[in-house]
Structure formats: C-alpha cells, structure tokens
Design a protein around this ligand. Structure first.
Ligand SMILES: C[S@@+](CC[C@H](N)C(=O)[O-])C[C@H]1O[C@@H](n2cnc3c(N)ncnc32)[C@H](O)[C@@H]1O
Length: 238
C-alpha cells in the first residue's frame, strides 16, 4: 500500500476505532439514503446476482443490499486491514454471502480476486478519497467490470459549485445539527487531519457525471441528492 496520508488514517487502529464507534450515529441518517441505492438496483428481491462494493469499509452499503436481495452475493473491496477486520466480524451473520478483497482504489488495474464482471458495482463514501484523474479512470474500469445492463451507483459527498452554494449547504447543515458549528471550531488535531483528508479530493458533480458518460455509461443521472450528499451513476449499455 502507498504510504500516504489517506492510507495512514485508514490503517491507524485508533482512528478506525473512533470511526467505528461513531458510525452507528451516522448510520441513523444514512440508512434512508442507502435504501435509495438499494431501490435503484433492478433486481427481484430473491434474484441471484453478484455485486462489488468498492471502498466497502465495514460493509454498511453491502449489508443494505444483502438484506433486501436475499440471494445476492457481495465482494467487498478495501485497502484497510482494520476496516476489513471490523467488517468481517460485523457481517458474520451473512457468512457464505460475502468475501473481502484487498484493493487500493488509487492503483490502476483490478486485483484478480475481484470478479471479471459483475451485475452491479456500488461505492459509498469512498470515491472522494481519490484524485480526479483516478476517479475518471476508475469509472472506466468499473464499466469494464460490469455485465451489459449492469449498474454502477455511487453514494458520495460532492463539492459545491460556488462559495455561495457551500455557505447555503452549511447553513442548512447547521440548522439540522446545532452542535455542528462548535464541533467545526473545536476539532482536535486528529479530527482536523481527518477532515482535511475527507475534503481534499471532493469534486463537484458535473465533471463526475461527464466522466461517467465519457466512460460509456448510459442513464447517467443524479438519482438522489441532499445538500453535499448525492447518489449518482448509470448503466452499462446492453
Ligand atoms: C468513510 S469509509 C466508508 C466505508 C463504507 N463504504 C460505508 O459506506 O460505510 C471510507 C472507506 O474507504 C476506504 N478507502 C479510502 N481510500 C481507499 C483507497 N485508496 N483504496 C481502497 N479503499 C479506500 C477506507 O479504508 C474506508 O473503509
């Protein structure tokens, strides 16, 4: 694995433990968004299919899909042994329906342990960790690893197109969470590092939609959006 800041954060025991400890609270809001992603997949509830979850972490997105589609199988890809270890234990009740593969999303080319082609690819809250040029390549690699008609859906924070938009998003966010301004102003050095790592490669939606189209996806759309969070993607043509 590359020795960069993002990798250092996601392989730091204390930072991962902190992320895991606070994830239940975040999931209370996110679970409704994850259901939108699940609803967008075009499968019958009992249909057999395989999907890949990129930057899967502890498996929150995969779990939502596996719960709805009872014959689905997940291949979860991530580069953090600590996040994958957490996922292995929290997904124990899905044994036989999932496996983890080590993958660095920044490295071109997919590990041989990933299926050459799957029925769907999802990613949530991780593509923003890679630089734009790599996002672009990754979208093309995802298309190549999908069956014809297969969907790619990405749930990710996106950048504001202007400072006025960014201010409006923050204003609404602060109304929803009155503790947010104080939390922002009083980050510990570790929280500040994590924040900077979180935002450094976040990009606006428009270029990302174009890269999906350039990669060859059809039906590219923003299927859901709330302030900075969006679910967008498309389908590999038949
Ligand atoms: C915010 S967590 C999201 C995890 C999960 N997808 C979810 O929705 O809860 C980000 C995940 O992306 C992974 N990640 C970050 N950069 C990565 C990279 N370059 N290659 C593979 N995984 C990466 C981290 O290890 C972490 O598990």
């Amino acid at each position: 694995m590359r020795a960069d800041h993002n990798a250092a954060i996601w392989t730091d025991e204390a930072q991962v433990a902190d992320w895991v400890a606070s994830s239940a609270q975040r999931e209370r809001t996110r679970s409704a968004h994850r259901q939108v992603m699940v609803d967008l997949l075009p499968f019958a509830d009992d249909e057999e299919f395989t999907f890949v979850d990129l930057g899967a972490g502890t498996g929150a997105a995969s779990r939502a899909v596996l719960d709805r589609y009872t014959s689905a199988r997940a291949v979860l890809a991530d580069f953090s042994p600590q996040m994958m270890a957490e996922g292995l234990s929290s997904l124990a009740s899905y044994e036989g329906r999932f496996r983890y593969v080590t993958m660095d999303l920044e490295a071109p080319g997919w590990p041989a342990e990933l299926p050459k082609s799957s029925h769907a690819v999802i990613s949530s809250l991780c593509v923003h960790h890679v630089p734009d040029e790599r996002k672009r390549q990754l979208f093309a690699e995802i298309l190549e690893h999908l069956e014809p008609g297969g969907w790619y859906l990405n749930y990710d924070p996106v950048g504001a197109a202007s400072p006025v938009v960014a201010d409006a998003w923050q204003r609404v966010g602060d109304r929803r969470d009155p503790n947010a301004p104080a939390a922002r102003a009083n980050r510990t050095p570790e929280q500040q590092k994590r924040w900077e790592n979180h935002v450094r490669h976040i990009s606006p939606l428009e270029p990302q939609l174009r890269w999906l189209q350039d990669a060859g996806f059809e039906a590219v759309d923003v299927y859901w959006k709330d302030l900075e969070n969006a679910i967008f993607g498309g389908r590999r043509p038949h």
